[in-house]
Write a protein that binds this ligand. Structure first.
Ligand SMILES: [Zn+2]
Ligand SMILES: [Zn+2]
Length: 495
């Protein structure tokens, strides 16, 4: 039916008319599935109680198989030939039975609709009010009632699933915030907010975590321990993970290990990456403000040469890593990224120029690693020395941001073994100079931060933060599979 509608829509008017019909029908289909699913879950729950208490095992098996053979819950996605529920469960499998590798790969309809909804309505860090409302309301629909407040971050959503059985407490974390960027993907569910876009994959991460919470709630009777679902605001700006760590929320909940995954551009869908130890650099930011006498550009002898000085500082700062360190031991990036001039007229010499940039490194900027000096001391020595030569007094600010992201090697070893027995494909991850505020958790709690393969064909190749960033939606399924496997095996993690 979808194919016929698409084929007949050749001219512009017909195409848009049929597109809107298709969108409406899709929405109806999604709504019907959701309503049917909720209804069936209630019936299943009641049937389980009935069958356990009153009926013979034979009757029970018969009723469950009739229930799961209901055509309303058979996946009808045109891309799938599998017979099963929308969650890929075989028709005769009880929802409370333990998932095995046989039930994978997961194929979910809900996770796609969650992703597309969040993608369409992006919000910046600490302003994720609609996203938080959406997540919270879905979690309530799934049966969640235990939510934890995060005092510093009102848009954080933290839900807890307590199975009531002895076992470890583990946390899954996803980000919620979008970025300032005008989307250029051309997707049918592209951002409806001008100038803001989900182009770091946080929409995918949140959708995966939401669907994981959904599935774990349905399977809770076969699980042990406690699960914390942390939807974290403001990964892209200051004060997200660090606020949560400083407020001690996860400590109070007794979290013993924390897991996250992030879209990895260029990595094939179905694959994950992981590396025990330091995996991403620490991020530090700096600004250098140069002030002096400005004036007419035709009279350089009458004013300070801030343009010349700022150029020299830019070149020399970027040379610190290459000339002052053992580059094999201490890979470092020092990058001047912005330059603001008090005047933008070509015939005026500015009286202030402010440079801004980032320092990425696998060590602290105050560690005295370089002939008894720290990176900060080398930085200040260079800027002060050059400015002094030009007769200018600089104002320097160099602030540490996210620390180094360090995956716990023991936890990674254990989780890799469990995942491989569950046929989840994980390759070794390469270290990178990117930074992540997940690092704040890794400094406190044993952690594993995975890369999530998102690429197929031409899709998923653009870097995160690009206006063209996009994912192959099958990655949502493999993301759910990863978290489900970890959750189901959490009591074997040795925590
Ligand atoms: Zn990002
Ligand atoms: Zn990100």
């Amino acid at each position: 039916m979808w194919g016929t509608l698409h084929r007949t829509g050749n001219d512009g008017n017909h195409a848009s008319k049929y597109k809107s019909q298709i969108a409406t029908l899709r929405q109806i289909r999604t709504d019907m599935r959701f309503v049917t699913k909720v209804w069936l879950e209630q019936i299943r729950a009641e049937m389980r109680i009935l069958t356990t208490a009153w009926l013979t095992p034979t009757m029970s098996a018969l009723l469950l198989s009739v229930n799961y053979a209901c055509p309303y819950v058979v996946a009808s996605d045109s891309t799938s030939n599998q017979v099963g529920t929308p969650h890929g469960r075989p028709v005769n499998e009880s929802p409370s039975s333990k998932r095995t590798s046989k039930t994978r790969p997961y194929q979910g309809i809900d996770v796609r609709s969650f992703y597309e909804h969040i993608h369409k309505t992006p919000e910046l860090g600490k302003a994720e009010f609609k996203t938080a409302e959406f997540l919270r309301s879905k979690l309530k629909d799934f049966g969640y009632s235990e939510f934890v407040d995060e005092p510093t971050l009102p848009t954080a959503v933290i839900a807890v699933l307590n199975t009531g059985k002895e076992g470890p407490t583990i946390c899954f974390r996803a980000e919620m915030d979008a970025r300032k960027c005008q989307e250029e993907t051309g997707l049918s569910f592209a951002s409806t907010t001008p100038g803001i876009m989900h182009n770091c994959g946080h929409d995918a991460h949140a959708a995966i975590l939401l669907e994981t919470a959904h599935k774990l709630m349905m399977e809770s009777s076969s699980l042990r321990g406690k699960f914390v679902f942390l939807f974290q605001p403001a990964e892209e700006s200051a004060g997200g993970a660090d606020d949560i760590v400083n407020d001690g929320v996860l400590k109070k909940l007794g979290v013993q290990a924390i897991f996250a995954q992030h879209c990895a551009s260029g990595v094939e869908v179905g694959k994950h990456t992981l590396h025990g130890g330091a995996i991403m650099a620490g991020s530090n930011t700096f600004s250098v403000k140069l002030s002096g006498t400005g004036g007419h550009a035709a009279q350089p002898h009458e004013r300070d040469d801030l343009a010349g000085l700022s150029s020299l500082i830019t070149l020399e700062l970027e040379r610190i890593p290459a000339r002052c360190f053992d580059v094999v031991q201490y890979p470092t990036v020092c990058n001047v990224s912005t330059s603001k001039w008090s005047s933008e007229q070509v015939n005026v010499a500015p009286d202030t120029i402010t440079l801004g940039g980032t320092v990425r490194a696998f060590y602290g900027i105050d560690d005295k690693l370089f002939r008894g000096k720290s990176f900060r001391e080398l930085f200040e020595q260079l800027v002060n020395g050059l400015s002094n030569a030009y007769g200018v007094k600089p104002e320097i600010s160099l602030k540490p941001g996210s620390p180094v992201t360090v995956n716990d090697p023991k936890l990674c070893d254990r989780v890799l073994k469990l995942l491989s027995s569950d046929k989840i494909s994980v390759e070794d991850a390469e270290r990178s100079m990117f930074a992540e505020d997940f690092a704040f958790y890794t400094a406190q709690i044993p952690s594993a931060y995975f890369g999530l393969g998102i690429a197929r064909g031409a899709v998923g190749k653009d870097n995160v933060h690009s206006a063209h960033f996009n994912i192959d939606e099958d990655c949502l399924d493999s993301g759910v599979d990863l978290f489900m496997s970890i959750a189901e095996n959490s009591s074997r993690l040795g925590l």
